[in-house]
Design a protein around this ligand. Sequence first.
Ligand code: ADP
Length: 811
Amino acid sequence: MMPGQIAKFGNSAAQLLLGGLAVLRSFGNGEKDRPAVGDDSRQDILDLRDAVKQWREVFEHNPVMYFMVDRAGTVLNVNTFGAAQLGYTAAELIGQSVLDVFFEEDHDFVRRLVALSLETLHQSHTWEIRKFRKDGSVLWVRENAKAMLRGDGTPIVLVACENITQRKEAEDALRQSEAYLAQAQELSRTGSFGLNIATGAIVWSRETFRIFQCDLSVKPTLNFVVQRIHPEDRDAVSKTLDRAARRAADFDHEYRLLMPDGSVKYLHSVARAVRHGSGLIEFVGAVTDVTVAKEAEQRLRRSEAYLAEAQRLSHTSSWAWDVRRQEFAYRSAELYRLFGFDPGKIEVPARAFQQRILPEDFQRIVEVERQAVRRKEPFEVDFRIARPDGSIRRVHTEGHPIVSSDGEVTEIIGTHVDVTEQIAAKEALQRAFDELKTSEQRFRDYAETASDWFWETGPDHRITQISEHADTARAAPAGLVGLSRWDIPPDAELEPGKWEQHRAALDAHLPFRDLVYRGRDRNGSPIYVRTSGKPLHDADGHFLGYRGVSSDVTAAIRAEQAEEALRKAQAELAHVTRVTTLGELAASIAHEISQPLAAVISNADACISWLGRYPANLDAARRSVEWIVEDANRASEVIRRIRALVKKTEIEMVPLDINQVVREVIALVRRELATHAVSVRMELSSGLPKICGDRIQLQQVLINLVVNGIEAMQANVDHPRELAIRSSQAGEGGDRHLLLTVRDRGVGLGGDVTDRIFTPFFTTKSGGLGMGLSICRSIIEAHAGRLSALPNEGSGATFQIALPFPHKDTS
Ligand code: ADP
């Protein structure tokens, strides 16, 4: 009981003793105060005196301290034991203030108690308080006080004190050890518990409450504990407890709590099974919150796993080398893999590792290590490992010497990086680079020896760069840099349309191909340049200009021009020969015209005479006029065809019905055929697709072939002069083509003549020019066809024209 706490004191020995004190007080303390009395009374007095003496003995030596104090707190009396307990004699205390034996800070309390006792006469009050002895040591007492009135009516307070110092000290020690324990539990995050499985009773220390986040006022239950345990661990925990309860065995387990805020706590619990006399089993144990350690462990494990993974991925292993022992102090799992060992076999000695290093490299490493230890400086060294599977790994090492407090290098820590692939990749890259360089040089050589030159223009289309090589110097005009393309050629004014179009393409930043323009080379000679370019943009899409290539195409253009000239000359020649042929046919043609004209005249005469009759025979006159119209048309048609053949027109490729072309030709040469007694047999296939060609040219070819046929049959005496003209189609699918044959029964093509007849100026005729067939062949070839000649089985020759049908979309 602490000072300030007062309790009613019940009937006790101390109260009896206090009563004894009251007797003492009534009877005085010495014989000098004895009154004169009779014998009986005398005997009574003697008895009483004996009693008092006995009680005094009890009072003085009772192991209870008795004090009698007045209202002011002055000690009126104290028993010997009481005084001795405080290290005084009674005489030393009597007359002194009782406060002298109390601590200064308790004086008020003592005064209040004395006052309270005096206010409540005959009532007992109890409290516990400290006193200090004469030697300064502390004495804890439990005091019982009661105020009473003396005979003279003055109040006194009687106090009985019991020494409770030992109990107090024990209590303090207990309290302190409990506090220490609580603190230790808090610091170690370890709570204690008691668990009676049979009754389900649970006792927790303050720290256990804290761990389980349970209010101290709440009585923990098994159900509450189960609810707190992480659902995944509940089964395991209950199994552990069941087993422990069944076997009455200690247990040690780990489980998790799922806290109301969703966080997880890791607990480690150890318990001892205590069997009570009653046979009941109780578990007493400790539960430690190992969350921090667990998380740290997990973090460590994770970071170790990351490190191992990083080492595996980067082919980097780490190690620590104990210089004195010449043995590894540490080596990562990756080091084992690098050297071809199983990482699980930790007992592999350093020597085994060393033996896998190529001997010539190992000597070097030993020397590098020696130097590093001597100089205490970091080092780098490369070496090779021969693995048992025969593969060679190339390793780059970095090492850092660790200097101990005695100034010596005791350890080297370092890394090995497997650079095999890196080196292989570097070598491959170097090879590729070398190849690229060679190929670049090759193309540079090609480019420099080509007649092309390369150029670049800026955003304003002005030339910024032009490649310089020998041929460029010859072909490309000098001083082009700074000029735009349209500043260069002299044909800009001649062909403004072309240049406007080109500039529009450049302004739209479009690529362009094969722009041909006229320019001048360095010597001022005219050249043709063909140029192509593509626009350049930077990473942000900004237009930077053009880059392209130009070439001198003068030769090609000249060739084209020559070809064109040749074509023209051929056409001219064709025309001439045509006119010549027509000249040869003049008589026949004249007849062709004069015949209808003569008919016209005679019909006109007839008409006049029919009209001159009386009455005029109008029907007959009309018939005559109709014949006149017919004949005039026939004549004018012949004239139209002759005109067309004679006229010098541009070639006009149009869809043509080849049978129609054949008929027109026959109409022209009919007289010639008749004159030479040649009959014509026409086998013209109907329904032929149209071919694409120039009517006049194809007619010219046919006239030539027919006239040649007539001439070849001139000498025919025995067999008939017959010309067969046949049209048909041959070939399949996309190869379908028209076949037109002109077959005669003339002299034929003997010996090597077949090969030579198409050669210009080859003729067997005295007045022949020898150009006809050569022109015919070039005309047919210009129509993408073929003209060939074959000797007939019997007599004569066959000339065959093969012409392609145009594709459907162009027909
Ligand atoms: P030309 O008729 O002026 O001789 P061509 O080029 O038309 O020129 O003919 C060349 C030569 O081919 C003829 O001189 C003749 O020898 C031969 N030739 C042409 N057509 C026939 C034919 N149908 N039969 C036999 N030989 C022919």
